[in-house]
Every structure is written in C-alpha cells, then in structure tokens.
Ligand binder design. Structure first.
Ligand SMILES: [Cu+2]
Length: 154
C-alpha cells in the first residue's frame, strides 16, 4: 500500500509521455517531476478513550505551493487541523494550528512526529492498526488530492 501513490504517479508520467513514444532504452534519465507527489502516508493508532489522532506523509511539489487544509469523511472526526510543534520559553513542547504548510519547489516536506502533522480532533472511534483513513488534502495551486492513509505503529 505504501507504494500506491508513486505507482499512480508513474502511470500519469507514462500516459503523458505516450505521445512522444520514446523507446524506453533511449529515455534520457528521470524526467523532472511535473506533478505533486505524496508518499509514505501513515497514521498513528489512537489508544482507546483518546479522541485525537495524527497523520503523517511526505509531499514534493514541483512548484512552490501550500497545503491549506486536510479533511476526512463525515463521521470520522469532528475536525481536522494542520499543526506545527513548538517549544515554549520553558522548553515545553506543544502544538498549535497553522494556516498553511509551505511547500518549496522540488523539496520534500515531511510531516512527521515532532514536526508538522495533520491532526484529527474528535475521532468518533479509535484509529486501529490495519485500518485505512481516507484523507483529502487541499493545496493552493495543485487543488485537491485524495490519500489513503494506513494506520499502523512506526
Ligand atoms: Cu497536533
């Protein structure tokens, strides 16, 4: 499942170069990415009784873009926020919502524990290892993308 987004990406590349019909042997190395790529999505299982959960993934955008919002299907969570992790003047770690996550052109932006992440608040049921979360991401330039996020410990 983890390789699904990159497989889809490869399919898009193949179909967009069919017109040129270059033989594979003579292809001039990897083409520069023209599509936003999302890889390695995962969500942490949530312990029973905990109603918040976090999802992580890596985004590479060919052009500068911004992740503006994330959403899950109705009934899964009350709301979904983009969060950053901050350390206060006492050295205490906390997290807070951000308006957007900046995506510099061509640079992988990793949402991971201890950094930016997607926060689900008011989960109607715990996230259980083996489940899949249907996440929708909204980008300023690239528009909407659907991501299947496997739930599992890392
Ligand atoms: Cu958070």
């Amino acid at each position: 499942m983890r390789s699904l987004p990159s497989c889809l990406f490869a399919l898009v590349l193949v179909s967009s170069t069919l017109a040129g019909c270059a033989p594979r042997d003579h292809a001039p190395g990897p083409a520069p990415a023209t599509e936003l790529a999302i890889s390695d999505p995962w969500a942490r299982p949530s312990p029973a009784g905990v109603t918040v959960g976090a999802a992580y993934l890596t985004i590479v955008s060919p052009a500068a873009d911004r992740l503006l919002a994330a959403a899950v299907p109705a009934g899964v969570a009350e709301r979904v926020e983009l969060h950053e992790v901050v350390t206060d003047s006492l050295g205490q770690m906390g997290m807070q919502p951000v308006e957007a996550i900046e995506l510099p052109a061509g640079q992988p932006v990793e949402l991971r524990p201890g950094a930016h992440h997607i926060m689900m608040m008011g989960l109607s049921k715990p996230l259980v290892a083996g489940d899949t979360l249907e996440l929708r991401l909204r980008f300023e330039r690239a528009g909407e993308r659907a991501v299947r996020v496997p739930v599992g410990a890392r």
